[in-house]
Design a protein around this ligand. Structure first.
Ligand SMILES: [Zn+2]
Length: 391
């Protein structure tokens, strides 16, 4: 198999967008069975001798203890933070969790190791960035595409904002750990990938109709990752070693596409905005959080349906010279029903109702979610122009 670096460089070199693309910030991607053992030698090679390991009570058991054993064996002097849960038994990437890690990390720590899924990565990414030290990634579940991106969505005063911080210098995806990940987290990772059906469509739309920055290489990288995932849905559903390799590779590829572009455009549009809208509602009501990917998957089905239901209106209200291209973009989006069918293949929840999200929040979200980000999605067009023409 082509290495991630070769794949990245091939796309980067074929890119015609004209933007300046950085070299890949992550130096090594290790995926496989038994690869965790490569972590201490990598630290030695980078002359990092005081790692601060960050996990929660679940990921401590899943992989944290194994990391500690390996560091012990290698004679590396490390410290740890066990990030506590809040009253809803959630670990959030919020001001409390970040302070917890910053208070516990010794001043002489020269790197951090994130052991966990998306949230633990965001906490570690942000805290290590603020300390001016690098971090390494040890994913415990293939549940999001953000492991190797720079964006850290942080909750402060119950409001979520994404900061551009840093990508890990090394990523160690131990397949023996990933095959033990809970089924819901695997389904969530798969669903986060499916969300690219609508995010890619919205990105092309915003480029055509609002001249938003675009990168063809980053677009194709994300599309390839999405196809790799959907084509191997049955294997991913079984959660065996091969399936988990396909899924984590696709999630890493999506993260790489964001790295190449420098922003989340390829991987996140109206479906993520709807998901964030619900998340804010949950935060304000102190409700136990849902998995990121679960919300994105359900939102993708809803957005796909919404776009298809308003297809002609979207085309008619796009600039005249772009109407044919907009029709093509809409044609490429699968129906809501098809999105839900694919989600089901991996055993994911497919509707807002199944997730316990009220219909009123679905409707309110469809009206309001475009305010979450300043992007010219089709949802924004529908809401702003439809509203303007109704007044
Ligand atoms: Zn996502």
């Amino acid at each position: 198999m082509q290495s991630f670096h070769e794949w990245y460089n091939q796309h980067k070199n074929n890119c015609t967008c004209g933007r300046e693309h950085e070299p890949l910030p992550t130096e090594v991607f290790e995926i496989g069975s038994g690869i965790l053992e490569k972590l201490p030698p990598f630290l030695n090679k980078k002359q990092l001798s005081r790692p601060h390991v960050v996990y929660d009570k679940h990921t401590k058991k899943a992989a944290g203890e194994a990391v500690e054993t390996l560091l012990d064996k290698a004679g590396i002097n490390y410290t740890v933070s066990l990030v506590p849960e809040n009253e809803q038994e959630d670990v959030l990437a919020d001001e409390h969790a970040i302070m917890h890690v910053l208070v516990e990390a010794p001043a002489e720590a020269d790197c951090m190791i994130a052991v966990g899924a998306g949230t633990l990565h965001d906490i570690t990414r942000f805290a290590s960035y603020k300390m001016g030290i690098p971090f390494l990634s040890v994913p415990t579940a293939p549940s999001v595409d953000g492991f190797n991106s720079k964006g850290a969505p942080i909750v402060m005063n119950k409001v979520k904002k994404t900061y551009q911080t840093q990508a890990p210098i090394g990523l160690f995806a131990e397949i023996d750990i990933l095959v033990e990940a809970p089924q819901a987290m695997v389904a969530a990772g798969f669903a986060d990938m499916l969300g690219k059906y609508t995010s890619l469509a919205d990105w092309k739309f915003s480029r055509l109709t609002a001249d938003e920055p675009f990168c063809d290489a980053s677009y194709h990288m994300t599309k390839e990752a999405l196809e790799n995932c959907v084509n191997h849905a049955e294997k991913i559903a079984v959660r065996d070693a091969a399936g988990m390799e396909y899924l984590i590779a696709a999630l890493i590829q999506s993260g790489m596409a964001m790295s190449l572009f420098g922003h989340s455009h390829p991987a996140s549009a109206a479906e993520h905005h709807l998901s964030h809208f619900w998340e804010m509602k949950f935060l304000k009501e102190d409700r136990k959080q849902l998995l990121h990917g679960e919300k994105v998957g359900a939102a993708c089905g809803i957005i796909a349906e919404h776009y298809h239901n308003n297809k002609q209106w979207i085309i008619d209200n796009s600039p005249a010279k772009e109407q044919n291209s907009v029709a093509d973009i809409l044609e490429e989006i699968p129906s809501g029903e098809e999105v839900r069918r694919i989600l089901k293949l991996v055993g994911g929840k497919t509707t807002a109702e199944e997730l316990g999200i009220a219909q009123s929040w679905v409707e309110e979200g469809l009206q309001e979610a475009h305010h979450i980000r300043d992007r010219h999605t089709m949802l924004r067009l529908l809401n702003e122009q439809k509203r303007a023409s109704n007044t």
